[in-house]
Design a binder for this molecule. Sequence first.
Ligand code: N7H
Length: 511
Amino acid sequence: MLEEPVLDLDDIQGNILPGFKKDSQHFLFLQIVDPEPARLWLKSLAPRLWTAREVLAAHSMWKAMRLKLGHEPDNLDFLFLNCAISAQGLKKLGVPDIEKFDDKAFKRGLEERSSSLGDPPRGSGEPGSPETWIFGAGSRRPDVLLILATDNLDWAVRVEEELITSAQQQGLQRIHVDRGRVRPGTLAGHEHFGFKDGISHPAIRGRKSIAPDDFIESRTLPEDSAFDDIYRSRFAAPGRPLVWPGHFLFGYLRQKSDEPESSRPNSEPSGPAWAVNGSFLVYRRLSQDVQRFRTFLAEASETLGQNGFDSDLTPERLGALLVGRWASGWPVMRDPNLDRGEQELGENYFTFTEATTVSLPNDPYPLNLPDPNGLICPFAAHIRKVNPRDDATDIGPKERTFQKLLLRRGITFGPEIEDKPQAERGLLFVAFQTSIVDQFEFLMNDWVNDANKPHANNGGVDPIISAARNTKISLVNGTNKFDLQIPGGWVMATGGEYMFAPGIRFFSNVL
Ligand code: N7H
């Protein structure tokens, strides 16, 4: 087993690693009007930006406090700040060597690439096409993104105003602000269709220091369990793959083709020297039409039931089949008939093609059976599309899928549908990676929007996030195959941009 690198946690921004995980996250999009004062202003932000090491320490302190008190602390809060810049912004600032990035998606920006993500084409005027976006197209493309995160909404609003006022005095102008907010009460962590999100995250390989076992992501496979050496070399925890840091951070090695346990020599992603410790940030503002989705589930489950799919098919179970998880997050693979409720142990421990065989200590629920034909979890299910786990795919054996994973850092926005039915709501999708082309865009173009990939069986496009309208997916019950018509249109792009979140030294040394 190769030694994992020490990651430069004093330079890497904290929302890449370990992620902010705060209830309020505001995304301030700015445009540079006067590059010289704007450059100085951005440079002056450096001491205020939170590093990975600081955010890790803040999370540990918060957890320690919760343990001491027996409940969440009332008076311990942090206000994290991070910054990212688009290719257009870097150009305006006169930053050298941008062309050394080989990622053409980043260099061209989201607006130009949006139709290849499945959005209606530019100029069509259809909802979801760039000219209908709130920001991110035409004259409303942002150069700079500031992300601020805290559990205290009032604090976030105050700092948001302070930052915008000072930016506007120094050569920048406000383009747009998205205020992300975790949903209230027991819905916290659930997105607006009702499903628990943020469960499955790849574990980045790497250490905090030169100590051999000082891993950033702790290894929690039970010592005395029957996981074999291969599993132990590929997974940090049950169902949680270990991914080489070069897939998320510039300056580090990537995986050797079909060997997730090994890195490939000289495989650092190509980019300018100053890109080290940075990461591409994909921002997609996705509006969700919750009423439309609910109506579809209610009507389609009834029709499918009448057509003999399963007379007891409920809207909840149909939703679970489309996502691959029940609303609680419990995987359909581990129980296709019953939502076992929210529980951390085992919620990420499942496979698709093969059965899981090693039981976790204290996990009372049945492990998953093999499902090579999509009988338990449909091939089109959202989580099977974007992470087919142990399925062989059109790109080859299961080991290659490790290289397609993303660090997701999104948050919901908008009020509850019950409180304000007419208001807008959705997901502020945020993901880090070192290749937008090979990771985010690959997932969207090649897998989400292609009925025949990653599984070559015409299973359908992703019924949750594909912008395609009036498609069909295959559901199988026993030996009977059912085609389900998917009108779609419940998730729609309303803005965004491709950005780069550099190492913090970039702000003081390069700007
Ligand atoms: Fe998805 N949803 O509610 O159905 N997503 N997603 N997503 N998503 C996931 O496993 C959702 C979107 C991924 O490793 C869960 O953490 C919605 C985009 C990936 O097993 C749920 C929207 C992309 C995973 C949702 C949306 C992805 C994932 C289960 C838009 C880009 C991890 C929670 C409004 C490629 C899969 C979890 C894995 C999980 C939903 C967007 C990707 C419930 C509503 C644009 C990689």
